[in-house]
Design a protein around this ligand. Structure first.
Ligand SMILES: [Zn+2]
Length: 95
């Protein structure tokens, strides 16, 4: 990630990213950081060299009302008949 990206993170994200421990298995550390990010609604990617990148808020993939799986294979939001039988298109946050 770039320093600029980092600067824009909320403090709790910085704290998690900063907790990266070079003395541990790099790959394990990446997996741990991803888990911690996901526990607060963020996510990241990492590669085999232990580089964490693409740290960003996790866009949700299910309807916020009925938990319907709203994303197709291309990641597009699908409209669907929701709990009240109304055709409902969830807003995509974090676009
Ligand atoms: Zn729904």
């Amino acid at each position: 990630m770039t320093a600029e990206e980092y600067d824009n993170f909320p403090q709790e994200i910085k704290n998690i990213v900063n907790s990266y421990d070079d003395n541990e298995s790099l790959y394990k550390e990446c997996a741990r950081i991803k888990l911690e990010l996901e526990s607060i609604g963020w996510t990241c990617d990492y590669d085999l060299s232990g580089e964490v990148y693409d740290v960003k808020p996790e866009s949700y993939t299910t309807c916020d009302r009925c938990s319907y799986d709203i994303k197709d294979e291309d990641g597009d939001i699908l409209e669907h008949y929701c709990i009240d039988d109304e055709l409902y298109i969830p807003n995509q946050i974090n676009k």
